[in-house]
Design a protein around this ligand. Structure first.
Ligand code: UGA
Length: 430
């Protein structure tokens, strides 16, 4: 099928590349000309495992194209996917101005025939209705248009896998006409295909992300009880996670959740619920526990090191999670800024995120070799769950640190092994 993807951020670029990979003809549109030129030249603006190869392969095969013209993309396609950002506003609600603008531009570019406009950006419930109204108002041509909601469930760092092998595909529609074409688009991925009304599809996205965030805050709260009682949160998570009704995934205690999705989607869900007359206290508590998690971890550090002024601290991890260079709303970066504010001098390392962190985190020493981060430090902090940090050279750290103290904010290391090596070792809920 001929598809147009508007917006080449994480979602748009991964979706476009994967659709092309399974044989569709895809035009990706972005209004950032420099980005379009970079993509045309085979470069990609983000780190996502496997993406560069996929983009290159499909561009070479002639199935994936890039343009800065919405008009070109819309004219040449049957189905248009909106994948533009929906940032958080200061009051927690979502800024829908990019969606509205793109809806107008699509409407003006439609020159007749039948088009399906699919919203993939994460939006509050009832946005689809507005998109449909806008397209109707601004489309001057004799055309038939169906607006569909098709939320994405991609995790950064695993986005290609999540798109190629989805747990489910959700389609929200107002008529049956777009269902068959969308089934055809997604057929190669062989996943359960759920057709709902548009409001339900939009809610599925917010409700799914909020539930996952709730799971994380739940285990972080349980971790606090584990610390107070001498239990081990990992054993508790395994014990409850083996119940198929609960599941072990997203029960990893740590510094709390971050990134461009969970924090934003939670506050957006709370806000839209409030506008619809429901006070979502449960989700407010999820947010509170998440914020508290950082405070509890900082307290662990200051309880041990006391005054941080003139202390040297090594930090492993800046990205908001493993496998990404994304530092948006990163708990790791937030922690660094807090430690810096307390007067600590930082030596930091991240396998992928150092370049992006440099714009926000200044006056620290960026260290290329993860094994050298702890050199001369009073303590080492693990802030992101990169698996390679499990292999950091601890013998060297022990030798080179002024004091062998480790704060593990992601429970990556083994407490018994740390004791054997002679470290003072503090982790979460263990
Ligand atoms: C999340 C969802 O997992 C995707 O399904 C969704 O499509 C995406 O948001 C989105 O809305 O676009 P993502 O933000 O990329 O994906 O990352 P996650 O893997 O969900 O991790 C989010 C945060 O939770 C990270 O800071 C991570 O460190 C933290 N986390 C995750 C934990 O603290 N514990 C866990 O057990 C799992």
């Amino acid at each position: 099928m001929k598809l147009c993807i508007i917006g080449t951020g994480y979602v748009g670029l991964v979706t476009g590349a994967c659709f092309a990979e399974v044989g569709h003809h895809v035009i990706c549109v972005d209004n950032d000309v420099a980005k379009v030129n970079l993509l045309r030249g085979g470069g990609i603006p983000i780190f996502e495992p496997g993406l560069e190869e996929l983009v290159r392969k499909n561009t070479t095969a002639g199935r994936l194209h890039f343009t800065d013209s919405i008009k070109e993309g819309v004219e040449k396609s049957d189905v248009i996917f909106i994948c533009v950002p929906t940032p958080r506003q200061p009051d927690g609600s979502v800024d829908l101005s990019f969606i509205e603008k793109v809806a107008r531009e699509i409407a003006s570019a439609i020159d007749g025939g039948y088009k399906i406009v699919v919203d993939k950006s994460t939006v509050p419930v009832k946005t689809g209705e507005k998109v449909a109204e806008t397209i109707k108002r601004y489309c001057k041509a004799q055309a038939e248009v169906d607006v569909v909601s098709n939320p994405e469930f991609l995790r950064e760092g695993f986005a290609i896998e999540d798109l190629m092998k989805p747990d489910r595909v959700v389609i929200g529609v107002t008529s049956q006409r777009p269902v068959a074409p969308l089934r055809e688009i997604y057929a190669p991925f062989n996943a359960p295909f759920i057709v709902t009304d548009i409001n339900s599809a939009e809610l599925i996205k917010h409700a799914a992300n909020s539930f996952l965030a709730l799971k994380i805050s739940y285990i972080n709260a349980v971790a606090a009880i584990c610390e107070a009682s001498g239990a081990n949160v990992e054993e508790v998570a395994t014990g409850i996670g083996l119940d198929a009704r609960i599941g072990r995934r997203f029960l990893n205690a740590g510094l709390g959740f971050g990134g461009s999705c969970f924090p934003k989607d939670l506050s957006a869900f709370i806000k839209i619920s409030e506008q619809l007359g429901y006070d979502f206290q449960l989700l407010k508590e999820v947010e509170r526990i998440n914020a508290d998690q950082m405070e509890r971890f900082l307290k662990k550090i200051t309880d041990t090191l006391w005054v941080l002024k003139e202390k040297k601290i090594g930090v492993l991890g800046l990205a908001f999670k493993q496998n990404t260079d994304d530092v948006r709303m990163s708990p790791a970066l937030d922690l660094c800024l807090r430690l810096q504010k307390e007067g600590a001098a930082l030596r930091v390392h991240d396998p992928r995120a150092m370049e992006k962190a440099k714009a926000v985190l200044k006056n620290v020493t960026y260290v290329d070799d993860m094994n050298a981060v702890a050199d001369g430090c009073d303590a080492l902090v693990i802030a992101t769950e990169w698996p390679e940090f499990k292999r950091v050279d601890l013998e060297r750290a022990k030798r080179e640190m002024s004091h062998p103290i480790i704060f593990d904010g992601r429970n990556l290391l083994d407490p018994a092994e740390m004791a054997r090596l002679g470290f003072v070792y503090k982790s979460i809920g263990r």
